[in-house]
Design a protein around this ligand. Structure first.
Ligand code: CMP
Length: 232
């Protein structure tokens, strides 16, 4: 990358929670070896079972990790937005990709190879700690989903999935009050681990109750606190 692009990439990396602890020379070094890669909305960035060569830091756009059953059913394992990293598991456990990752809108990333990432972690203990913290957060969220799928009603799971999307929108800068989340009914169903039909029925109920307004591929959560009444 030329100097201007490198500085730009270093600024992006430095603004993420994961890389923020790195000194400037390390940021410039990793920015110089990172490769900008863009993916069109709806495309697969990689598939489960592929060899894992690089991890990706999102500059703009959103992506999700998907678990797929051979019969075609899918569930969402994780959602990623600006500043998030994905594709790191296979770099650290030397296995193949644990899930397919799909671009939810046009996604711009910086790709960092496994060997560059490992060298960076070895040289910067703080980065290793931040990575461990990011993995711990993901494990907590995954545990919450397992608990929801085991113990909650479909309505409770869908309401909790919408709450998760509202929380994510807030992390990305949405204010309190009515909040727009970008997700289709199918994506909400996959996040909740239920069928699209069941999610759709419950979303209609939430619309009638004035909690959400449905649009094409998006949802406005008009009354976020009211969602809590359904999360049981
Ligand atoms: P990797 O296994 O290389 O490729 C698939 C990626 O999806 C994985 O790295 C993680 O970045 C991401 N991923 C897999 N499972 C989860 C999960 N439960 N929560 C969040 N992200 C996940």
């Amino acid at each position: 990358m030329n100097r201007e692009l490198t500085n730009d990439a270093a600024d992006l990396l430095g603004s993420t929670r994961l890389f923020s602890a790195l000194p400037e020379d390390a940021l410039l070094h990793i920015a110089a070896v990172a490769v900008p890669r863009a993916f069109a909305s709806g495309s697969a960035i990689f598939h489960a079972g592929d060899p894992g060569e690089s991890c990706y830091v999102i500059r703009s756009g959103h992506a999700r990790a998907i678990g797929e059953h051979p019969d075609g059913r899918q569930i969402t394992l994780g959602n990623f937005g600006p500043g998030d990293i994905f594709g790191e598991l296979s770099l650290f456990d030397a296995e193949t990709r644990s899930a397919t990752v799909e671009a939810l809108d046009d996604v711009e990333t910086l790709a960092i190879t496994g060997s560059d990432m490992k060298a960076l972690v070895v040289a910067n203990a703080d980065l290793g700690l931040e990575l461990a913290a990011a993995l711990a957060r993901r494990l907590r969220i995954a545990n919450q989903r397992i608990e929801r799928r085991s113990f909650q009603t479909v309505q409770g799971r869908v309401a909790a999935a919408i709450r998760e999307l509202v929380d994510r929108a807030r992390v990305e800068g949405a204010g309190p009050g009515p909040t727009q989340v970008v997700a289709t009914q199918a994506e909400i169903a996959q996040l909740a681990g239920t069928s699209r039909e069941s999610a759709s029925r419950f979303l209609a109920e939430l619309s009638r109750a004035g909690v959400v307004k449905q649009g094409r591929g998006r949802l406005i959560v008009v009354d976020p606190p009211a969602l809590e009444g359904w999360v049981w």
